[in-house]
Design a protein around this ligand. Structure first.
Ligand code: DON
Length: 569
C-alpha cells in the first residue's frame, strides 16, 4: 500500500501532465457560434469573451433572438436546449416546451359539427400554450452557466431598449402575418409602424420587453410564473378569449430529459427526446438506412430509398408519438434495428409505395424559416444546440399589454382532430391528442453528431421538415463535410401525408427527377411564398469541429439572414 502511494506520488506530475494533454486535445482550437441573426451571434460572442461558457452564451442568444426575431421565438414560446458539458461528457436535453393549460380539452378547436375551426389553434390567445422559455433560461444559467443571469440577459435588454434595425426577413414575415398582427391593437402598436409593415432600417424599440427581461434578470422566473406579471398575463388572456389560469403558470416546470441516441455506421447521433418527435424519427430513419450501403447506389436509388424511409418513419410519428409524460410510446421498439429491418421489407427499389398502402393512421406549410435554431461551441468543448419557437410566424400574434412579448400558438402542434392536418400538413392520432397539462408533439431536433473525425452541432426551423433536413445534414456530415456544405445542402422531404416529395430547385438533377417520377413519386418543387419562382426552406445553423484537421467551421444558412463566427475565445 505504502509502495503504491509512493509510486503514485512520484508519477503524479506525469499523470497530471497526461491528463492536461489529454484534455487539451479534447478542447477545440477555436470557439464558434452560428445563429439566425447577426445580433444574436454577436451577443453570444460577447458573453464567451467576457468569461462565460457555452451555456451562458446560450442564455444570451436565446434572449436576443426573442428580441430581434419576434416572429420566430421569444419569452412567450418554448424550445429544446441540447447541452454537452465536456469536462464529464454529460449530455442532457432541457425541455422548455409549452404545456396545454389545464382547461384545454381535446375538442377545443372543433365546431358543433366536429369540424376544425380554421385559425382557432393559430391566431389569438386560445392558441397559446404555457411558455417555457423564461424558466429554461433561468435554469440553464443557474445550473450550467458561469456568469450571472443578469449579465447573460444584458445584451437582450440593451437591444430591446435601444432598438434594432428592421431587416428584410422581419418585413417579409410581418407582411405574411399582417392581417392578424393588425387584429390585436397592442401587437400592431409594438410590431408595426402606422399599422403597417415597418420600413427597412426602421429602429424597432421594445421598452416593455426590456422591462420584462429586466424583471427576469433581477428576480428570475418568479414574477413571470407567480407574481404580478403572471396575474397580468392570465387576466388579459382570459379577457381576450383564452383559458390560462394562475395555476397553469405556477405549475409550469422545465424537464431535463435523456436525449435520444442512435448509431449509424460508426457515427453517433444525439438528438431531442419526446415531446419532440425529432430524435426518434431520426433514429428510426438511420436504422432503416443502415440496412443498405448508400455508397453503392446510383443517385436515383439513393434519393428513392431516402424518400421511402422518410415516408415510413413519418407514418410512425403520426401514429405513435406524443408527450411521453401522458402516453406510452414504444421508443425502444421504434428505434431498434429489428423493427427497422421489418419496416424496410416493404421497400421496392423500382417503385414508390403510395402512403395510402401503408397501414393507415394534408397540405404543406410555409417557408420554414420562422422558429429558430442556434449552435454554440466554447473553448472548453462545451456545446449547445437549441431550437426555439413560438410556432407559426409571430406565434398567435397576441401580446398582453405592457409585457412586450408575443404569445405562442404551439397548441396547433397537437392533433386537433385525428387525421386532420395542422399548419405543417402533419396529421396525428390519439398519442398527440390535446390533454390538460400535456406538451404538444414537436419536430424540433437540436442534434449532435459524433464520430472518429469529430463532432457536429446542428439544427434548423422548418416545422415537419426539420427532421428530414437534419437527416440529410447527418448523412452529409458522415461523408466528411464541413459546416458550410452541411447547411447549404439542397433539400428534399417526404412526410407520409401528403404523399408527395417536396424539394428545393437544386435538390435533384434533371435525370434523377425524371427517374423518381417514373418510379411513381409525385414531385413538388418548393415554391417561393414571396412569389418569383422556386423557393427554399429551413434555416440551418451548424458547427463542425474536425479533430483530424484540428479545425472548427461554422455556417449560417444563406436561406436566412444569420451569421456564424469562429474565433479564439
Ligand atoms: O415544434 C414544432 O415542431 C413547430 N412548432 C416548429 C415550427 C417551425 O419550425 C416553424 N418554422 N417553419
Amino acid at each position: 500500500m505504502k509502495n503504491r502511494t509512493a509510486l503514485l506520488n512520484c508519477l503524479s506530475p506525469f499523470l497530471l501532465l497526461f491528463a492536461l494533454l489529454a484534455n487539451a486535445s479534447d478542447n477545440p482550437p477555436q470557439a464558434a457560434i452560428a445563429t439566425a441573426h447577426p445580433l444574436a451571434t454577436q451577443a453570444g460572442q460577447e458573453i464567451l469573451n467576457s468569461g462565460g461558457n457555452a451555456f451562458d452564451a446560450a442564455v444570451a442568444v436565446t434572449a436576443v433572438l426573442g428580441v430581434v426575431e419576434p416572429y420566430g421565438s421569444g419569452l412567450g414560446g418554448g424550445g429544446f436546449w441540447l447541452l454537452h458539458r465536456n469536462a464529464d461528457n454529460f449530455q442532457v436535453m432541457v425541455d422548455g416546451r409549452e404545456k396545454a393549460p389545464m382547461a384545454a380539452r381535446r375538442d377545443m378547436y372543433l365546431d358543433d359539427k366536429g369540424e376544425v375551426i380554421p385559425g382557432a389553434s393559430i391566431d389569438g390567445p386560445l392558441a397559446a400554450g404555457i411558455p417555457g422559455v423564461p424558466a429554461a433560461m433561468v435554469h440553464i444559467a443557474k445550473k450550467y452557466g458561469r456568469l450571472s443571469l443578469a449579465k447573460n440577459l444584458a445584451p437582450a435588454i440593451r437591444l430591446a431598449r435601444d432598438g434594432f434595425k428592421v431587416d428584410k426577413q422581419y418585413r417579409r414575415y410581418a407582411e405574411m402575418r399582417l392581417k392578424t398582427l393588425q387584429r390585436f391593437p397592442e401587437t400592431a402598436k409594438l410590431f408595426l409602424h402606422d399599422n403597417t409593415v415597418p420600413p427597412l432600417g426602421y429602429r424597432l424599440k421594445q421598452e416593455d420587453l426590456a422591462n420584462t427581461l429586466e424583471s427576469i434578470a433581477q428576480h428570475g422566473e418568479s414574477d413571470f410564473y407567480r407574481g404580478a406579471l403572471a396575474k397580468r398575463l392570465v387576466d388579459a388572456v382570459k379577457k381576450a378569449g383564452g383559458i390560462w389560469s394562475l395555476d397553469d403558470l405556477k405549475n409550469y416546470r422545465i424537464v431535463e430529459r435523456e436525449p435520444v441516441r442512435t448509431e449509424y455506421r460508426g457515427m453517433k447521433l444525439i438528438s431531442a427526446a419526446l415531446p419532440s418527435s425529432g430524435g426518434i424519427t431520426l433514429a428510426s430513419m438511420l436504422q432503416m438506412l443502415q440496412q443498405y450501403d448508400l455508397h453503392k447506389m446510383s443517385d436515383t436509388d439513393r434519393a428513392h430509398l431516402i424518400i421511402e424511409i422518410m415516408r415510413r418513419a413519418y407514418r410512425d410519428r403520426a401514429e405513435y408519438l406524443g408527450d411521453s409524460d401522458f402516453v406510452d410510446v414504444p421508443v425502444a421498439r421504434l428505434t431498434s434495428t429489428a423493427y427497422a429491418k421489418e419496416l424496410v421489407k416493404g421497400i421496392q427499389m423500382d417503385d414508390a409505395m403510395p402512403s395510402a398502402e401503408l397501414r393507415p393512421v394534408g397540405k404543406p406549410g410555409g417557408a420554414g424559416t420562422d422558429t429558430t435554431h442556434f449552435s454554440i461551441l466554447d473553448k472548453e468543448g462545451n456545446r449547445v444546440a437549441a431550437t426555439l419557437s413560438v410556432n407559426y410566424l409571430f406565434g398567435s400574434c397576441f401580446v398582453v399589454p405592457g409585457t412586450g412579448f408575443l404569445l405562442n400558438d404551439e397548441m396547433d402542434d397537437f392533433s386537433a382532430k385525428p387525421g386532420v392536418a395542422n399548419a405543417y400538413g402533419l396529421i396525428g392520432a390519439e398519442a398527440n391528442a390535446i390533454e390538460p397539462g400535456k406538451r404538444p408533439l414537436s419536430s424540433m431536433s437540436p442534434t449532435f453528431l459524433e464520430d472518429k473525425r469529430g463532432i457536429a452541432i446542428i439544427g434548423t426551423p422548418g416545422g415537419s421538415r426539420i427532421i428530414s433536413m437534419v437527416l440529410l445534414a447527418a448523412l452529409q456530415y458522415a461523408e466528411g463535410a464541413d459546416a458550410t456544405s452541411i447547411v447549404q445542402l439542397p433539400r428534399f422531404h417526404h412526410q407520409y401525408m401528403p404523399d408527395i416529395v417536396m424539394f428545393e430547385d437544386d435538390a435533384f438533377s434533371e435525370k434523377v427527377e425524371q427517374d423518381l417520377a417514373l418510379r411513381g413519386h409525385v414531385l413538388k418543387k418548393q415554391m417561393s411564398p414571396y412569389g418569383g419562382g422556386f423557393g427554399h426552406y429551413g434555416n440551418m445553423q451548424g458547427i463542425v469541429w474536425d479533430k483530424h484537421k484540428n479545425k472548427v467551421t461554422a455556417a449560417s444558412d444563406t436561406r436566412g439572414i444569420g451569421a456564424a463566427v469562429v474565433f479564439k475565445q
